[in-house]
Write a protein that binds this ligand. Structure first.
Ligand code: DC
Length: 334
């Protein structure tokens, strides 16, 4: 026996809208779970208390579901509940994984079921990785730090004394064994058997990453890996070119930025916490140089996608940025 859940919302409390919504929801559930008439044992509906004009069970009968038991009930009136929502539980014969279906306004109820991509691009030190990590945790989806991948390429090059020239970099990329592994929800970056997640944060790796990421052979390889990861699950990706090149069709795109002084101060704090000596003036110069490298390179430069929402975090706390981005995501989902 399979138990399949679903939900949808209607614009208006009227028979016409409820009929259409129920037919759409049941149609999708049958399609995604490859259900035939014989499989369906019963369909149980509940509706929020603001839906009083038509029984969802009757709408199901109208839609041709006359071969199984149908039942509707009224939900308690919970404060803050999604309005005009119809929920369903379909019991069906057979085994295998159930594909639950959440449509329209109800899609936001189960973000874990809907495959989405959130692209967060922006310059170094804009706070995007902190925000991306928090956002992914709150949405309960994967966080992919794409900068870590370019940093690992740079570390491999530095470790081998590989010159930053096309042929040498290409040769390195043809044999690099770079893997992204998740442990306890946290991203770990491996070069061969070596977990380099900490090493790639070293200041000299930052500048080398900016340089190596300009090589098309590096970008092509990294972008293919990033697309594969994003195709397998919902995730928040942070980088420079996610919204423009890696996932131009991402549903949610943000360009997170801050002025150079704020960014240098943030990076400085981060490095000081890790025990590195910090020269703020030098850090700011380096950040500006990386900005120049990243935004003037020929291949996929750092650029705000036209449909990305601009978030200037200079005078915002992390909590405020996360809340602003979540609000935008919620508005689009609604
Ligand atoms: O975000 P970060 O500082 O860890 O990134 C390191 C470098 O990698 C950055 O200077 C530019 C490059 N990068 C890129 O070109 N494209 C990405 N999607 C992510 C990072």
């Amino acid at each position: 026996m399979r138990a399949i859940r679903g939900a949808t919302t209607v614009e208006r409390d009227c028979a016409e809208d409820i009929r259409a919504a129920v037919a759409e929801l049941l149609g999708k559930i049958a399609e995604e779970n490859a259900l035939s008439e014989e499989d369906i044992v019963c369909i149980l509906f509940s509706g929020t208390a603001d839906l009083v004009s038509y029984y969802p069970a009757r709408a199901a009968r109208d839609a041709g579901y006359t071969f199984c038991a149908l039942y509707s009930s009224l939900e308690p009136q919970i404060e803050g509940a999604l309005p005009r929502c119809i929920r369903v539980l379909v019991l069906a014969e057979g085994s295998g994984r159930s594909h639950h279906v959440y449509l329209r306004g109800a899609a936001g109820l189960r973000m874990d079921l809907k495959k989405i991509a959130v692209a967060l691009d922006g310059p170094s030190g804009s706070g995007k990785s902190t925000v991306a990590k928090r956002l992914a945790a709150e949405l309960d989806i994967l966080y992919l730090d794409t900068g870590a991948m370019y940093r690992a390429c740079a570390l491999a090059a530095l470790g081998e004394g590989c010159p930053f020239e096309e042929d040498a970099v290409q040769e390195l990329m043809s044999r690099i064994d770079l893997r992204i592994v998740y442990r306890g929800g946290a991203q770990h970056t491996f070069l061969g058997d070596r977990d380099v997640s900490e090493e790639i944060r070293r200041p000299e790796v930052s500048m080398a990453a900016s340089k190596i990421s300009a090589f098309p052979c590096v970008r092509e390889k990294m972008v293919a890996m990033q697309r594969k990861i994003a195709s397998e699950q919902s995730c928040v990706l942070d980088g420079r070119d996610i919204g423009t090149a890696v996932l131009p069709d991402a549903e949610y795109k943000f360009f997170v930025t801050a002025d150079a002084a704020t960014r240098a101060a943030r990076r400085g704090k981060e490095l000081a916490e890790k025990g590195y000596a910090v020269d703020l003036k030098k850090l700011r110069e380096e950040i500006e140089e990386r900005d120049r490298n990243d935004s003037t390179r020929a291949h996929s430069p750092l650029r705000r996608a036209e449909d990305a929402v601009l978030v200037d975090t200079s005078d915002m706390t992390v909590d405020e940025v996360v809340a602003a981005i979540r609000k935008k995501i919620g508005e689009k989902l609604g």
